[in-house]
Design a protein around this ligand. Structure first.
Ligand code: ADP
Ligand code: MG
Length: 240
């Protein structure tokens, strides 16, 4: 009886803890949302001011301000998608279309960093889930890959069928990670970057998990990293 009582008490405490966390997350999300609007307005006016000013020093200051506002915006964006996921719009997704879309978006950013892009996608791969969320995962992983190559390199993206899975590999020739770093990635706020939020991977792991998939990482310090995303193929029973 004592055991039973203890188990019930433990469960009750756990439920209370989750409820408290949810209430807090809800409040934080609404504050984040409210802060976002004035930030956007302020950014717009600063941009206008920047276009009008001729003074070089003012130009520099305004650039800093706009960059910092963008940084605040990206932290809020990551935070919102972390603690308040949007309701899903699920359907059968063509993997090639999504990979190509994100590659197109990331290519200018990659070229800016002297990163060459290689793409190899088998046709006819499909998974089941929310397209925007899949894009978000691919974007986070590709952005990290480019950021891991400060002196340039190659970003290879491939997608193929592997038994009942669709496997998407995002491979870079960048900094790589130590064992210690590998253990910590995906935990909220872990970042080794000056401007990092440490939420990109947390969000990505969570999304892939909700799609009944998984992410595996292979990395070698100084050589590079490969993130493999495995999602159930849409023609499989677990794919729906
Ligand atoms: P952020 O990019 O804001 O730092 P992420 O959650 O996206 O947050 O990544 C967390 C950390 O994982 C990064 O700061 C970096 O140390 C490490 N990391 C992620 N992807 C790679 C990669 N491709 N190569 C090396 N390190 C990586
Ligand atoms: Mg990131």
């Amino acid at each position: 009886m004592c055991e039973n009582l203890r188990a019930t008490l433990k469960m009750k405490m756990e439920i209370e803890r989750i409820e408290k966390f949810n209430a807090l997350a809800e409040m934080a999300a609404s504050i984040a949302h409210e802060i976002r609007n004035p930030l956007t307005v302020a950014r717009g006016f600063l941009q206008l001011l920047k276009q009008q000013t001729r003074d070089a020093r003012s130009q520099t200051y305004l650039t800093f301000i706009v960059d910092e506002l963008d940084r605040a915006e990206s932290i809020i964006g990551d935070y919102l998608s972390f603690c308040k996921p949007k309701p899903s719009q699920e359907s059968v997704l063509d993997v090639g279309t999504h990979v190509q879309y994100v590659v197109n978006v990331i290519t200018p950013f990659a070229h800016l960093h002297n990163v060459e892009m290689h793409l190899r996608v088998e046709p006819g791969l499909s998974v089941y889930g929310d397209g925007e969320k899949l894009n978000q995962v691919l974007m986070n992983l590709m952005k990290n890959a480019v950021e891991a190559m400060p002196w340039g390199g190659t970003l290879s993206v491939s997608a193929l069928r592997e038994e009942r899975w669709i496997r998407i590999d995002i491979q870079d020739t960048g900094l790589g990670m130590t064992e210690e770093e590998l253990k910590r990635i995906g935990t909220p706020f872990f970042s080794t970057k000056k401007d990092g939020t440490g939420l990109g991977l947390t969000v990505s792991y969570r999304i892939v998990q909700s799609m009944n998939g998984r992410i595996d990482v292979r990395s070698e310090k100084g050589k590079g990293t490969c993130f493999s995303v495995r999602l159930p193929a849409a023609d499989q029973p677990t794919g729906r």
